[in-house]
Design a protein around this ligand. Structure first.
Ligand code: GLN
Length: 543
C-alpha cells in the first residue's frame, strides 16, 4: 500500500476514559490483520516533554529506545504492539511551539506574522504526517490528549479538521471516545454527555465517524440507536467499551464489537486476514487462571499513585502470566520504613523491589529495604536508584564505609560510592539531559543475570545522571558484591549482584520499559521465578 492512512482518537466528557488503551487495542487488531501500524500521542501541555514532571503530576515518564522521555501511554503502545516507538511518537505543545519559534528566529517566516493558524497547526500536521511517511506505516493512530472543549486542545482539533479536508474521508477516520454514565438512582444509562461532547467537536468542525462509548453496563440497541441518531453516526459505528477486569481484555472486546472492521471499511481497506490473536488469548487465559500467587513489595516514594510505576506493574503481569503466577505487588512507601521497623512491613514478602527515583526523600527507607532483603536472603531487584541504594547499603553495612552515599543526596560524602557521571558534570539544564535511551551491556557468564537472558550481549534503556564509582569496584568485588554487567564502551557498571545470596540483582537501567505481553522481560521473569521458589520455601517451613 502506498499512502498512509490516519486515524484520530479524541476524548470527550471526562479524562481517564482510556483513549490510550482503545488506541493500543485498535492498533493490535489492525496489526493482527497484517497491517503495519503505529500510535502517536499528542500532549497539549507546554513542557517540551514529561521528563521534568513530578510523577505525581503525570504518572511514570516512559523512555524509548532513542532516549525520548515520553508519556506513559507510549508504554501501553509498545506493550500491546511489541514494537518500539520513538521521539516522533510523542508530540507536546511545548515541542510544537519550540520548532515554530526556532524557525521564526531563523527567518523562515520572514515578513509574516506567526500565528496559531496556520503556523502552529501546520507544525502539528507536519509532525502527524512525518511519522507516517518516514517509517512507511500503513496507518498511524494519533491520540489527542486531553478532553474536547479544553482550550489547549483546540489547535490539535483544528489540525485534525484541516488534515481530514486535505487527506479526504477515505484516508482518515475520527474516533471519539466518551462516557455513558449509569445513574443508579434511576437505573438509567445517560447519553446526554456524549451528545454534548460530539456537539463540541462539531462546533470545531469535526464530525466523528465512530463513537466508542465507555460504560459500566451493557448498552442495548436503543441506546446505540439514540446516540447514533443524535450524533450523525451509523449504528454499527457506535461501539461499546464496557469495563473489564484487565486492560489486556480490551482488544478482544473491540474485536467482538468489530471496531477494526468498521475502521477498515471507512478507510476503504481490505480485510486482509483473520485477526490472529492466539498468543494474546493464551496470555489472557493465563492471566485469568493463575495457578499460584506471590507477594512482591515495591518500595518507592510515589506509591500513592500506582501510575508512577506503571511499566513495573505491567512487567509483573507479563512475567507472572509466563510463570502461571499472580504477582501481587504491594506498594510500600519508603518513608514508612523510616518510621517503623522494616520487618513489620517486609516480613513474609517473596521478593523486594526497590524502585527508581530522584532526590533525598525516602532514601533512608530504601536503604532499610535493601538491608532487610540482603540480611534475610529475600529475592531482591533494585532498578536504577534501587541499584544505587543496594551499592550504598553494602558500602555502609558490609564494607563499613562510614557516610558512604551518592553525591546526588550527600554532595560531600567521604565515600561517594555512587557519583555523578563524568559527562554530566558540566550540564546545568534539567530537561532531556540525563543519560537516556538504549546502551549496550556485556554480561558475566557466571551470574543470575546471564541465566536470565541466556546471552552475553544485551541492550537496555537508561535514565540517570549518577553511576557506580569504579574507584570502589575492587573493594566491593573482594567483599562479594560483583559487577556482572558492564557497558563495553565506557566500563560503566550496569549490573551488580550478590552471588552468595539466592537472587540479589541491581540494574542501572530500566528493564520494565522493554517488557511486552508477547515478550515478558527476562529479568522480571527470573525475579518472579526466584520469588516463587521463596514462596514454596516459606510454605514448606511453615508446614
Ligand atoms: N537519581 C538517580 C540518577 O539520576 C537514579 C535515576 C532513576 O532511578 N531513574 O542517577
Amino acid at each position: 500500500m502506498s499512502e498512509t492512512k490516519y486515524i484520530f482518537v479524541t476524548g470527550g466528557v471526562t479524562s481517564s476514559l482510556g483513549k490510550g488503551i482503545i488506541s493500543a487495542s485498535l492498533a493490535k487488531l489492525l496489526q493482527a490483520r497484517g497491517y503495519n501500524v503505529t500510535i502517536q500521542k499528542l500532549d497539549p501541555y507546554i513542557n517540551i516533554d514529561p521528563g521534568t514532571l513530578n510523577p505525581y503530576e503525570h504518572g511514570e515518564c516512559y523512555v524509548t529506545e532513542d532516549g525520548a522521555e515520553t508519556d506513559l501511554d507510549l508504554g501501553h503502545y509498545e506493550r500491546f504492539l511489541n514494537k518500539p516507538t520513538s521521539q516522533a511518537n510523542n508530540v507536546t505543545t511545548g515541542r510544537v511551539y519550540q520548532s515554530v519559534i526556532n524557525k521564526e528566529r531563523k527567518g523562515d517566516y520572514l515578513g509574516k506574522t506567526v500565528q496559531v493558524i496556520p503556523h502552529i497547526t501546520d507544525e502539528i500536521k507536519r509532525r502527524i504526517k512525518f511519522l507516517g511517511s518516514k517509517f512507511n506505516y500503513d496507518m498511524v493512530i494519533t491520540e489527542i490528549g486531553g478532553t474536547v472543549g479544553d482550550i489547549e486542545s483546540l489547535p490539535y482539533i483544528e489540525a485534525v479538521r484541516q488534515l481530514r479536508w486535505q487527506l479526504g474521508h477515505q484516508n482518515s477516520v475520527v474516533i471519539h471516545l466518551t462516557l455513558v454514565p449509569y445513574l443508579s438512582a434511576s437505573g438509567e444509562l445517560k447519553t446526554k454527555p456524549t451528545q454534548h461532547s460530539v456537539k463540541q467537536l462539531l462546533e470545531n468542525g469535526v464530525q466523528p465517524d465512530i463513537l466508542v462509548l465507555r460504560t459500566e453496563k451493557e448498552l442495548g440497541h436503543e441506546i446505540r440507536r439514540k446516540v447514533g441518531q443524535f450524533c450523525n453516526v451509523s449504528i454499527d459505528s457506535v461501539i461499546q467499551s464496557i469495563d473489564v477486569s484487565t486492560i489486556y481484555e480490551v482488544p478482544l472486546k473491540m474485536l467482538e464489537e468489530k471496531l477494526d472492521l468498521v475502521v477498515l471499511r471507512k478507510l476503504n481497506l481490505e480485510v486482509k486476514e483473520e485477526a490472529n490473536l492466539e498468543p494474546w488469548k493464551d496470555f489472557l487465559n493465563k492471566v485469568k487462571n493463575y495457578q499460584k500467587s506471590i507477594r512482591i513489595g515495591l518500595v518507592g516514594k510515589y506509591t500513592e499513585l500506582p501510575d508512577a510505576y506503571k511499566s513495573i506493574t505491567e512487567a509483573f503481569i507479563h512475567s507472572g502470566a509466563m510463570n502461571n503466577c499472580k504477582v501481587n505487588v504491594e506498594m510500600i512507601h519508603s518513608e514508612c520504613l523510616e518510621k517503623q521497623a522494616p520487618a513489620e512491613k517486609l516480613k513474609g514478602l517473596h521478593g523486594i523491589l526497590v524502585a527508581p527515583g530522584f532526590g533525598h526523600r525516602g532514601i533512608k527507607g530504601k536503604i532499610e529495604a535493601v538491608k532487610y532483603a540482603r540480611e534475610n536472603n529475600i529475592p531482591f531487584l533494585g532498578i536504577c536508584l534501587g541499584m544505587q541504594m543496594a551499592v550504598i547499603e553494602f558500602g555502609l553495612n558490609v564494607l563499613k564505609l562510614e557516610g558512604a552515599h551518592s553525591t546526588e543526596m550527600y554532595r560531600n560524602t567521604p565515600h561517594p560510592v555512587i557519583d555523578i557521571m563524568e559527562e554530566q558534570k558540566e550540564i546545568t539544564d534539567k530537561g532531556g539531559t540525563m543519560r537516556l535511551g538504549a546502551y549496550k551491556c556485556k554480561l558475566l557468564k557466571m551470574s543470575n543475570i546471564y541465566k536470565a537472558y541466556g546471552k552475553t550481549e544485551i541492550s537496555e534503556r537508561h535514565r540517570h545522571r549518577y553511576e557506580f564509582n569504579n574507584k570502589y569496584l575492587e573493594m566491593y568485588e573482594a567483599a562479594g558484591m560483583k559487577a556482572t554487567g558492564i557497558n563495553p564502551d565506557t566500563g560503566l557498571v550496569e549490573i551488580i549482584e550478590l552471588p552468595d545470596l539466592k537472587w540479589f540483582v541491581g540494574v542501572q537501567f530500566h528493564p520494565e520499559y522493554k517488557s511486552t505481553v508477547l515478550n515478558p522481560h527476562p529479568i522480571f521473569s527470573s525475579f518472579v521465578q526466584a520469588a516463587i521458589l521463596e514462596s514454596e520455601n516459606l510454605t514448606s517451613t511453615e508446614l
